[in-house]
Write a protein that binds this ligand. Structure first.
Ligand code: AMP
Length: 989
């Protein structure tokens, strides 16, 4: 008992002594992942823990190094047996802890260092806990507590330590868990030790909020076991998941194994643990944790968070340019262009532009323009001009341009382009050079066709060379027997594109070459073409030869007799005197033999006395039957009046009356009346009808039907745009029909033009103006040509201009011009171009473009009429049936040239379109209409499919006759060529 009051002051003294030395030891820095539930040293007032019994544990105040009061507990009843002193903490709410840690700091006195305590002094104490859902206040039951551990001191202190001021503070930590209730108490049970509890800290561990890889992870309480907690992170503002961010929270409250990450959005960069907007003048175009970049040269941004920088004025960025690339501009023009001309080709060479615009992708494009004298606007060159290596996208500074026309002015515009040239059309610059090509020989003939073969002759025709490079004067045709290997050969010259080789050996192969000649000399020869004459099939046996000979002789005699009879009767009747025998004109039209059964035109010049011809072909009228009303026009020989004609027992008719002015010469009278002699031979609804002539009284008159609307050209001009296309096609059909009639009669008009077509009140068009020599004299459009005569250049075919080769084919050319006049409502062909320019342009392949609103098919027909090779022009019969088909299928007139102009090349180019719009047309044209159904039944329903047919196909579909097979196959070949030509032109109708 005595000891007790003594021991307490000793202990107190000891503890206070110790405390003053251990204050630094209490300055413990706890890891941030520990969350305190209780910390005794943090309490400045009494802790209010329960001691039981009351003389057991004592609460004592002390100070720490900052002189902040702290609370400690001590007990030291070492002198007495059976000590059972409890100290219980207040109720500690568990919060989210699943497992707690109890850290005790204490000192313990070595029992050996206390005299007289043997058997009673202990050197351990017990740590216990009790879980409850609520605070139980001062209620305390020992048996409810569970023992956590017996706590022993690692080091205990002695009296000597006190003297030496040696500090022996023990720290013990114990884990308690899992905890499940809302809170718990701790208790310290002393069984007779001398112990001082300097501090008690209860805490649990936590993986604290963290931002890792731009993902934030929240405070996470670890598991009570040893397993890890998987936690998903969320991307910070302005960032996106690249791979889902995850981490694991360990029981020690540590974050482990970061997986996945977030990336800053475009326009944002990583700064610290967040994504911040790029500053003005910077951009970031990529998702990712890279820094914003400064705007590249010639670009800027005035706002924050830019994805890319905008270009400065006059600078651009091409589609494929990355945002990191500087803005660029089109290059300046190429420099120092040099041209080296070689005949019809030119080498162009230039230097790089001074300014490439800041880009490396500079290429060059060469544009070829052809400039005609006197025309301010140049036109694009034809597509057959060849560029080597190419015209556009040139990487080198040179190009060779070939296949130009000889003696022609060209301008080449060389433009340097780079990736942004398209974006700045107004900034594009080019260097131009103008050249004039030299004279050049024509290119070789490439297409030769066999027209007819017999035992000892072959007729051939060919197409003019692709590049005549001038007017072709003639062709040289060289041929020889194949066997003779050119040791002996024959040369023929031909002005046209056809020739007949006669005097050949039967059944023999011949090789042939053709070359064209212009003022520049001969062009290169064509390749050798091989042809064979027919076999000698008439090998007659000796017995039969006599019979055949007799038969042939009899036939010849009959023919001779017939011819003689014809001539004798002709002379006897005095019908015609051949003054200027012009066989072609009398008996051939368009170079073809006249068809039997059709009347032929008789040239009044073939009469010795032309007035005889007048009386033969024109009716003499009595002047008293004619009443003149008014003057409607002026002809070359006098006025043209309208009036009325009343013939006895006939109803009065409106007529036109052409008068011969007073004071005429005999020749003028003859020429004036020759028109009536010609007109009187015709009888067709589209040819002006002659009523008669007045020759026996004065004035001499020619009376014709009256055409209310006068001449077609002025009529169209005064009704510009007032007709439907079908009406115009109807007029053209009428003119074509009149011309068909004339060509069938063997009459060549020579001056077909809208001014020479008359129109009646029903819009019926009739061909008029049938002079003879005067035709070309009185036409104001006629001009003198180098060959002498006067010719209406704009309406006339080239061969007629060059060597007066007038034919129905040259009329077909003029018809094409009339079509153009009609479709353009009386526009002047070739506008204000001079006659000379018209001739040159036509020679070089230029053709009138389609008038506005002209259906494609009509322009095609015009171009067909303007084929250089006259045999390729349509016959009037084809024109009439073609126009008839158009009228029957008005939908074929819907496609206008301007609608498809993008597909065609230069609109003025010659395009060799076939006339056929169906297989039926084609078969009709070769007089094989009977096979229409066979073609269709065999599935050949388009011209394209027909063009692919072989001779076997033709036989298979049921064409049995060899002659028919031949005709069809050779026409298929032509068709194939024409379609190929169309395909090359990229043009489909
Ligand atoms: P020509 O001498 O035939 O060229 O005729 C001169 C002009 O007279 C023509 O341009 C027409 O305006 C007019 N003309 C000629 N023949 C007729 C006719 N049959 N009906 C109406 N006017 C005509």
């Amino acid at each position: 008992m005595d000891c007790k009051p003594r021991a307490k002051p000793i202990l107190l003294f000891i503890l206070l002594f110790i405390l003053s030395f251990i204050r630094s030891a209490l300055l413990t820095i706890h890891p941030s992942n520990e969350v305190n539930l209780l910390d005794s040293k943090a309490s400045q007032g009494e802790l209010g823990w329960i001691s039981y019994p009351s003389h057991g544990w004592e609460e004592i105040s002390g100070v720490d190094e900052h002189y902040t009061p702290i609370r400690t507990f001590q007990v030291c009843n070492v002198m007495e047996y059976s000590q059972n002193n409890w100290l219980r903490t207040n109720w500690i709410p568990r919060q989210s802890a699943k497992k707690i840690y109890v850290e005790l700091k204490f000192t313990l006195r070595d029992c050996n260092s206390i005299p007289l305590v043997l058997g009673t002094c202990k050197e351990t104490f017990n740590l216990l806990y009790l879980e409850t859902d609520e605070d139980q206040g001062s209620r305390f039951r020992e048996h409810q507590f569970s023992k956590i551990d017996t706590i022993a001191a690692d080091e205990s202190f002695t009296q000597m330590d006190l003297g030496d001021r040696i500090l022996k503070l023990n720290t013990e930590v114990r884990e308690v868990g899992p905890l499940t209730k809302k809170g718990f108490y701790l208790a310290f049970q002393d069984v007779g030790a001398c112990v001082a509890l300097v501090s008690v800290r209860v805490y649990f561990k936590l993986c604290p909020f963290i931002v890792r890889n731009l993902a934030s992870f929240p405070d996470t309480v670890p598991m009570d076991s040893h397993s890890l907690v998987e936690v998903k992170g969320s991307c910070v503002n302005h960032s996106k998941e690249q791979e889902p961010p995850r981490m694991y929270c360990s029981t020690e409250g540590e974050w482990l194994v970061p997986i996945g990450k977030c990336l800053c959005n475009v326009g944002y960069e990583e700064r610290g643990s967040s994504c911040q907007a790029c500053r003005a003048g910077f951009y970031k175009s990529l998702l990712g944790n890279v820094q914003c970049s400064k705007c590249p040269p010639h670009s800027f941004t005035h706002h924050e968070g830019a994805l890319h920088c905008g270009c400065e004025k006059n600078y651009f960025r091409a589609d494929g340019d990355p945002p990191s690339m500087a803005c660029t501009r089109p290059p300046s023009a190429p420099r120092n262009v040099i041209s080296v001309i070689n005949e019809t080709s030119v080498i162009l060479d230039w230097s790089w532009p001074e300014d490439t615009g800041g880009r490396k992708d500079v290429t060059f494009t060469v544009l070829c323009k052809r400039c005609r004298p006197g025309q301010r606007v140049c036109e694009a060159c034809r597509s057959n001009v060849r560029f080597l290596p190419r015209a556009a996208g040139l990487q080198n500074t040179t190009v060779t341009v070939g296949d130009l026309l000889a003696h022609t002015n060209y301008t080449f515009e060389i433009e340097a382009q780079n990736g942004v040239s398209q974006l700045a059309p107004t900034m594009r610059q080019y260097a131009a050079v103008t050249i004039t090509t030299n004279q050049a020989a024509p290119s070789p003939v490439t297409v030769i066709r066999k027209d007819r073969t017999s035992r000892n002759s072959i007729s051939l025709s060919w197409l003019e060379p692709e590049r005549p490079n001038g007017i072709i004067l003639d062709y040289e045709v060289k041929y020889y027997q194949k066997q003779e290997q050119e040791t002996s050969y024959t040369i023929l010259r031909s002005k046209g594109c056809n020739v007949t080789l006669s005097g050949l050996k039967a059944d023999t192969s011949y090789l042939l070459q053709i070359r064209a000649r212009t003022a520049a000399g001969y062009g290169a020869s064509s390749r050798s073409f091989e042809f064979e004459t027919s076999p000698d099939s008439f090998s007659i046996s000796s017995e039969s030869s006599q019979v055949v000979l007799i038969a042939i002789s009899s036939a010849a005699a009959i023919i001779l007799l017939t011819v003689l009879l014809y001539i004798v009767i002709g002379r006897f009747c005095g019908y015609r005197r051949s003054k200027h025998p012009d066989e072609k004109r009398l008996h051939f039209g368009n170079g073809h033999l006249r068809l039997p059964g059709i009347r032929t035109y008789v040239d009044p010049h073939t009469y010795e006395d032309p007035s005889q011809a007048v009386h033969e072909f024109a009716k003499e009228l009595d002047a008293s039957c004619i009443a003149i009303d008014k003057v409607v026009g002026a002809g070359e020989f006098g006025e043209v009046c309208s009036g009325r004609l009343r013939l006895p027992s006939k109803k009065e008719n409106c007529v036109a009356i052409k008068t011969l002015k007073a004071g005429y010469t005999d020749k003028q009278r003859r020429d004036f009346l020759s028109e009536a002699s010609i007109m009187g031979q015709f009888d067709h609804p589209n040819i002006i009808r002659l009523e008669g002539v007045v020759t026996r009284s004065k004035p001499v008159m020619i009376v014709t039907e009256y055409m209310e609307n006068g001449s077609l050209d002025s009529f169209l001009r005064t009704h510009d745009g007032q007709f439907t296309v079908i009406q115009l096609v109807g007029m053209l059909r009428g003119i074509a029909s009149g011309m068909k009639y004339l060509s069938d009669m063997g009459y060549v008009h020579r001056d077909l033009a809208a001014r020479n077509i008359l129109v009646n009140s029903n819009l019926v068009c009739k061909v008029s103006d049938f002079g003879l020599s005067r035709v070309l004299e009185d036409d104001p459009e006629a001009a003198y040509t180098t060959t002498g005569g006067k010719i209406p250049i704009r309406w006339t075919a080239p061969e007629a201009i060059s060597y007066r080769k007038f034919s129905s084919a040259s009329d077909a050319w003029s018809y094409g011009i009339v079509m153009w006049e009609v479709m353009s409502y009386g526009e002047r062909p070739y506008w204000e171009m001079s006659n000379q320019d018209v001739i040159l342009s036509i020679e070089e392949g230029y053709r009138l473009p389609a008038p506005m609103g002209c259906p494609v098919v009509l322009h095609q027909l015009m171009l067909h009429c303007w084929q250089k090779e006259r045999s390729q022009r349509p016959k009037f019969t084809d024109v009439v049936s073609f126009l008839d088909k158009l009228i029957r299928n008005p939908s074929s007139l819907l496609a206008l040239v301007e609608d498809i102009q993008g597909l065609a090349e230069s609109p003025g180019e010659v395009v060799d379109y076939p006339m056929f719009i169906s297989i039926g047309d084609w078969l009709d044209s070769i007089k094989m209409s009977q096979y229409k159904s066979s073609f269709v039944a065999a599935g050949f329903s388009t011209l394209d499919s027909v063009a692919q047919m072989s001779i076997e196909d033709v036989r298979r579909i049921g064409v049995v006759l060899i002659g028919h097979q031949r005709r069809i196959v050779s026409s298929i070949q032509t068709l194939r060529l024409q379609l190929l030509h169309q395909q090359e032109k990229g043009f489909h109708v």
